[in-house]
Design a protein around this ligand. Sequence first.
Ligand SMILES: Cc1ncc(C[n+]2csc(CCOP(=O)(O)OP(=O)(O)O)c2C)c(N)n1
Ligand SMILES: [Mg+2]
Length: 551
Amino acid sequence: MAELTGAQIVAKALKQQGVEYMFGVVGIPVVPIAVHAQREGIKFFGFRNEQAASYAAAAIGYLTGRPGVCLAVSGPGMVHGIAGMANAWANCWPMILIGGANDSYQNGQGAFQEAPQIETARPYAKYAARPDSTKRIPFFVEQAVRATISGRPGAAYLDLPGDIITGTVDESEVHFPPRCPEPPRSLAPWENIERALEALKSAERPLVIVGKGAAYARAEDEVRKFIDATQLPFLPTPMGKGVVPDDHPLAISPARSYALQNADLVLLLGARLNWILHFGQPPRFDPNVRVIQVDIAPEEIGNNVPTEVALVGDAKAITAQLNEALAKAPWQYPAETTWWTGLRKKIEENAATVAEMMADESVPMSYYRVYRDVREYIPRDAIIVNEGASTMDIGRTLMPNFFARHRLDAGSFGTMGVGVGQAIAAAAVHPDKRVFCIEGDSAFGFSGMEVETAARYGLNNIVFIIINNNGIGGGPDELDPTRVPPSAYTPNARYEKMAEMYGGKGFFVTEPAELRPALEAALACDKPAIVNIMISARSQRKPQQFAWLTR
Ligand SMILES: Cc1ncc(C[n+]2csc(CCOP(=O)(O)OP(=O)(O)O)c2C)c(N)n1
Ligand SMILES: [Mg+2]
């Protein structure tokens, strides 16, 4: 009988459990895991830092519904991977961090890269465990996968000591559990479905809020049908964008503040009333707002605002239930109401302001002028990765999405540095689509070295666009090295030259007229292109009614 090593067993078990992508940095003791993962047909991407790799793994979970794996060495490597676990925890995305560990018989002796790894991972993990033997590895792999995709998705951690990885066991002694199935789609009680529809009918100023939970649940067909059937105004959260296309006539995103403030009832479809939705509380919401909540996690119901009707379960299945009830007793929100009049007025006002800002041809350019051309070059089915402060906030409003799970950004955790790893994940999952990774100059710097990773794996469908204002929220035009402001980076830093290291092309843009030719040439490149666009350090978001994070 053939012997299997722990590394072989890990790879086989992951493949058996439907894991297709692994990102990481190899070293002692995890090298053989990466080698055997490749042999099993798992796509391995060697990164420059586990942090970016862990962000990629979490994005895989969101995009595919099956966890991506981040493979890290013991100690410092594993600690870098915590970044992605925390991001996955906040976003509710499936991912698995696999950390190598010192040989178990050296615990406590000050072993090479010894660290309290399970304890470190625990607060962000739905499951954190160390296999007790080489033979039982598949059991723990299956448990980890199961935990990441069941209920509210999240992260898992597997701790693999060197002796477990290099240990051998006869093949006949190893049991590989069958592929953990997709979690069952749980329904809401029909009486709650009826109550939800009655509540919607009784509302004067109803609003549907579509979150990334609906996107994760693959609820796009059902949600579109529901919006079309009810004719209700809807607002997507940043990564809920595209579940219903942004150009749908009932989309009211440009009137977001007005809609949140004046709605008398909101239907949350896989969206949480956390900071992104201002906790559902005044002054951003009506103090008497009524809430209907569709959420996979019962503990989310009533969080920050009491829920009138709770629909706990799968967003796709429950929206289908709502549609079924509506098919039996059709109902539409009227097209002519003072609510619609108010919303439309705000949408028009916003469009006029934005059009004016986009038309401004001043040099240096504004965010709005840059996005005007960028959005023209983006194919309808492109995946948009977007991070930064204003770069992302303005990108959320100006970059349209037409398909679910086609936007990846700093998300619920507000994490800078996720972008390049997420772009790599998106490009790997969708080789047939374009990925536009649009980043502030600060955001880009966190994981900028991974552009080499993208090029190394031939992910030529990515275009990196850097919106450069010399710093975090803008920096000075010139720098005095003895007095560098905390937010400043090197003025006019030539980030696009990083493309030269892998034989790619970079473009430096300072004037509006150079934008289109640069974007066109970037799209024609046979390697990931980098377009570095200088904007005014004083370019700002259009004036907002509320300061950021106003409670
Ligand atoms: C991991 C992490 N570190 C720091 C921050 C704080 N932070 C918020 S936005 C931002 C960068 C904004 O600058 P940039 O990406 O250049 O975008 P800009 O607003 O200048 O367009 C930083 C560092 C964060 N959100 N996440
Ligand atoms: Mg910046």
